[in-house]
Structure formats: structure tokens, C-alpha cells
Design a binder for this molecule. Structure first.
Ligand SMILES: Cc1cc2nc3c(=O)[nH]c(=O)nc-3n(C[C@H](O)[C@H](O)[C@H](O)COP(=O)(O)O)c2cc1C
Length: 193
């Protein structure tokens, strides 16, 4: 039987982004677990700000179709969000909005199991953005989102040179979250009895 495919990406394309560091660490951890990890960057899915007039005249841009397909192909999705003004950064919200407009095989939001991560150089670890991401995914898009989530506060000094979290217990919690994501994704996709 195939292994569950777990897609990971961050809501920032900034050079040295903390959210991308957590997404990369998650992909590294996933590679040690029983799954097929896929790490993407939203830099490879450039999209205009959503505009219904643009969609009516030009249709859904191909990067949105490709992103939708990646989501629909996945059994589990781990999204790491930064926090902008207590909410989601526009890059991530826009990507999700466009992906929700794209049509294709499989349901990009109802098929995979989702898990949320967040990072912030501040003390709250992007908690408020993670709540908004949960609202968008669960209430807006009908996704199943794991209750557990990974939050990294003080992200400017949280990562070691090798990309691991300096706090071993935080890294263990991340590993536990990813294991739960794999397990739930496998169950939902019928890959485990
Ligand atoms: C417009 C803007 C708003 C921000 N608002 C918050 C905020 O509400 N809470 C927070 O913890 N950090 C906030 N920050 C700081 C970001 O957490 C910081 O820039 C972070 O590095 C961005 O994520 P990244 O490292 O993944 O690119 C804000 C940054 C910007 C540019």
C-alpha cells in the first residue's frame, strides 16, 4: 500500500523566513517517518491579488490550478503561517483564496487532513494567525484540521544551525504533531486499516 503523501509549505517567501524554517524542519522530520513528504514554496506559485473581474476575464491562473492539484493530491497538509497584524499574511490568504476557486480532480480542502504551524519573533508564536488559518480552513473551506498545532515563539533565536529547534521538547511536540497528521491522513485516505 502506498505511503501517505504529506504536503508542507510556509506562508512566507521572505529570504530567511522563520515560517519557511519551520516548514523545512517539518519536511526533514517527515522524511524520517512513514510517509511521502513534499515541500513546496509559494514562490513557485506566483498569483495576482484575487479579483473577481480578473477571474471572469482571464480565468484561474495556472499557478492556482497547480497549487490546488498539490493540495488535492496530498493526504495530509502542514501549513506554517507567519503573523501579520494579528492575522494571516496576504500571500497565504491569497493563495488559499485562489486555490479555492480552481476546479479539478479531488477536493483540495475536504480530502486531505490539515495541520497548522505558526512562527513569530514575538512571544505569542503567531497564535492569532494560527486561529485565523484554522477559521479559514475549517469554517471557510470545510477542511478537517487537527486540534494540535505547532507554535514557535521567539523564532529569531529558536532554530539551531542545522535547522532543528534548540528546544528539544518543542521539536518532540512537532514530531508528535506530524506523526498524528500522518496517522489521521492515512486513515482518512484509507491507507491504514
Ligand atoms: C505588516 C506586518 C505585520 C506584522 N504583524 C505582526 C503581528 O501581529 N504579530 C507578530 O508576532 N509579528 C508581526 N510581524 C512580524 C513578523 O512576525 C515578522 O516579520 C516575521 O519574520 C514574518 O514571518 P517570516 O519570518 O516567516 O517571513 C509583522 C510584520 C509585518 C511585515
Amino acid at each position: 500500500m502506498r505511503r501517505p503523501r504529506i504536503l508542507t509549505f510556509a506562508g512566507s517567501i521572505r529570504t530567511g523566513a522563520y515560517s519557511a524554517a519551520l516548514a523545512a524542519l517539518a519536511a526533514k522530520e517527515l522524511a524520517r517517518l512513514d510517509c511521502e513528504p513534499v515541500l513546496i514554496s509559494l514562490a513557485d506559485y506566483p498569483l495576482p491579488i484575487y479579483d473577481a473581474d480578473f477571474e471572469a476575464s482571464d480565468g484561474v491562473p495556472s499557478p492556482a490550478m497547480r497549487l490546488r492539484d498539490q493540495l488535492a493530491l496530498a493526504d495530509g497538509v502542514f501549513i506554517v503561517t507567519p503573523e501579520y497584524n494579528a492575522g494571516l499574511p496576504p500571500l497565504l490568504k491569497n493563495a488559499l483564496d485562489w486555490a479555492s476557486r480552481a476546479k479539478g480532480e479531488g477536493d483540495a480542502f475536504k480530502k486531505p487532513v490539515y495541520a497548522i504551524g505558526s512562527t513569530s519573533p514575538g512571544g505569542l508564536g503567531g497564535y492569532r494567525a494560527s486561529m485565523m488559518l484554522r477559521q479559514v480552513l475549517a469554517l471557510g473551506l470545510g477542511a478537517l484540521v487537527l486540534a494540535e498545532q505547532a507554535m514557535v515563539a521567539g523564532a529569531g533565536s529558536a532554530f539551531a544551525e542545522n535547522g532543528d529547534l534548540k528546544d528539544e521538547r518543542a521539536q518532540e511536540r512537532l514530531r508528535a504533531l506530524l506523526s498524528a497528521l500522518i496517522e489521521q491522513a492515512a486513515l482518512r485516505s484509507g491507507l491504514r486499516a
